[in-house]
Write a protein that binds this ligand. Structure first.
Ligand SMILES: [Zn+2]
Length: 184
């Protein structure tokens, strides 16, 4: 997977991940206000009249003007991949670590009893614990949660959504992690 570029708004708040092509377009159009960090992310351009192919080196973090698909603080709905990453692939009941295909999404308040699909009502659980808990709440099943389920903030969400984060990008995002995020 190609590294992506972290886009900030002009106030320095992270917004989204861009592909190399999207970043190059913003740079060529002169829409990049400033950039941070060093990288060896390169993108090849056209061939000039001397027969030389141009190459652009892209910074890992850029700040831009321009429109956004979503509001600055938008965090999308839960998907299993991000939920398991939020919980570090640990079952939130027995505490064991599993590969993603052995994990399930558990509704803390079961769906049949009005439990929602929100980040704060969902945790990672192994199949055995999910089955054992069944249609009960953690209290009824006597299965206390090992950590507080939380809705990721924007920086946490961006970190969860990209499996190939460069070190300058990670230090930038980590500065905005809440105490709930158990990544070190
Ligand atoms: Zn378990």
């Amino acid at each position: 997977m190609q590294p992506r570029i972290l886009r900030l708004n002009k106030a320095g708040l992270p917004l989204e991940w861009l592909t190399r092509e999207e970043t190059a377009t913003l740079m060529v159009k002169g829409l990049v206000l400033w950039s941070l960090g060093d990288s060896d992310i390169r993108i090849r351009g056209g061939i000039n009249r001397h027969g030389v192919r141009s190459e652009l080196i892209l910074p890992p973090i850029i700040a831009t003007h321009g429109d956004l698909k979503y509001s600055d603080q938008h965090v999308p709905a839960v998907c299993n991949r991000l939920l398991f990453r939020r919980d570090c692939n640990l079952c939130m009941y027995c505490g064991d670590k599993f590969p993603p295909d052995m994990l399930t999404r558990d509704h803390i308040i079961p769906r049949s009893r009005g439990g929602s699909e929100k980040w704060t009502n969902l945790v990672t659980a192994c199949r055995r614990c999910n089955q054992r808990k069944g249609n009960s709440t953690p209290e009824e099943a006597n299965m206390p949660l090992l950590a507080v389920p939380f809705k990721p903030n924007k920086m946490e969400y961006l970190a969860l959504a990209n499996r190939h984060i460069l070190s300058d990008q990670m230090s930038f995002l980590k500065a905005g992690f809440s105490k709930h995020m158990r990544w070190n």
